[in-house]
Design a protein around this ligand. Structure first.
Ligand SMILES: C[S@@+](CC[C@H](N)C(=O)[O-])C[C@H]1O[C@@H](n2cnc3c(N)ncnc32)[C@H](O)[C@@H]1O
Length: 340
């Protein structure tokens, strides 16, 4: 493990920051090669792991040495290596899909243009790929699948926390606006056996969701609508969940989406915005860093402080009635129509 030392020089500190690239790339390559899943079957020698994964034994040994230092894997008896609890988080069904997305070529490339985003306010993704993110994904199915799975991996972690902290009417109709692969709805539906849910996202994103809902035994209660939320959202639901969507958009577009939801919902419906909330000052937490991701991907998409959310809610005709922590700096912000 690289260590902070009290007499670390300014240059050493800077070199460590620049080395963040090597850390991310190593962890992502480990996930990309399916190594967490192989090691989850039990400790194995590096040469055996190379044979099973079809990788170059010498270079795999070098990668493993770094991952031992990062405490993603650990040395085990008989020259074997094993997954640590951190490494276990990189398996399928956990955060492996997120690592594969973060490490993908399409996602690395925009970061070579971050200075462009800072200089111009434009999207680095668009400069790198020639199209805005969601347009690009619509015509690149493999990258789209990686994106949806990557976002969904984090969402699965958040869903359980949302169910624990947020009480919803048991028979509610819940629409997940920009709901991706629908994992959040699945979790909510399991917790609220009387509820119904509608997954609303772009047509190519919701493809396959019906089959996943049916496989989860929820085909009767969860339905799917493909569409563009810049035009309309499903009408008449009791709960409008908008999770990690508003930060993709500038204030005008975020406000327009919130207003569209308010115009589509009955007076006593509730809006649940799930996002990171920027803390006052310059505290460097996950949400502050996610703001850089939003800058690179969208140019003007950005994270927001509680004050900024309150203003956005107010302008959309909502009162911010509660804000509760979920996981990793993510909060649920509860909005109700003003004056009801
Ligand atoms: C960051 S992802 C969040 C997905 C999901 N809410 C979650 O947290 O797992 C943003 C989502 O917005 C969807 N989206 C983007 N533009 C959209 C549009 N115009 N209409 C509907 N959905 C859109 C994307 O397809 C994507 O699934």
């Amino acid at each position: 493990m690289t260590r902070d030392s009290p007499d670390e020089s300014p240059a050493d500190k800077l070199l460590k920051m620049l080395g963040g690239k090597w850390v991310t790339a190593s962890v992502c390559a480990f996930a990309e090669l399916g190594l967490p899943e192989l090691l989850a079957q039990g400790p194995v020698s590096v040469s055996e792991l190379a044979a099973r994964s079809g990788t170059d034994a010498a270079n795999l040994a070098r990668l493993i040495a770094v991952l031992v230092g990062l405490q993603v894997v650990a040395r085990a008896p008989d020259d074997a290596v094993r997954l640590t609890d951190v490494g276990l988080c990189l398996t399928d069904g956990a955060l492996g899909d997120l690592a594969r997305y973060v490490g993908s070529e399409a996602q690395w490339r925009p970061f070579g243009h971050l200075a462009h985003a800072v200089k111009t306010g434009e999207s680095a993704f668009e400069l790198a790929h020639g199209a805005p993110l969601f347009e690009y994904l619509a015509s690149h199915p493999a990258d789209s699948d990686r994106y949806d799975r990557g976002v969904d991996a984090f969402t699965r972690e958040t869903a359980a926390a949302l169910c624990r902290t947020t009480e919803l009417p048991s028979g509610a109709c819940i629409v997940d606006v920009g709901g991706g692969r629908g994992s959040l709805l699945v979790e909510l539906a399991k917790q609220l056996p009387e509820s119904r849910g509608i997954l609303f996202d772009l047509p190519h994103v919701v493809e396959g969701a019906e089959a996943r809902f049916a496989a989860a035994g929820l085909g009767e209660r969860l339905s799917v609508v493909g569409g563009d939320f810049r035009t309309a959202v499903p009408q008449g639901a009791d709960v409008y969940v908008i999770k990690h969507v508003l930060h993709n958009w500038d204030d005008d577009q975020a406000l327009a989406l919130l207003r569209r939801c308010v115009a589509s919902m009955p007076p006593d419906a509730v809006v649940l915005v799930v996002e990171g909330v920027l803390l006052p000052g310059d505290i460097l937490d996950g949400t502050r860093l996610m703001d850089v991701e939003m800058m690179a991907l969208f140019g003007r998409g950005h994270e927001r402080s509680k004050q900024a959310f309150r203003a956005l809610f107010r302008d959309a005709g909502l009162s911010l009635v509660a804000s509760r922590p979920l996981i990793a700096g993510t909060r649920v912000l509860v909005g109700r129509r003003r004056g009801v």
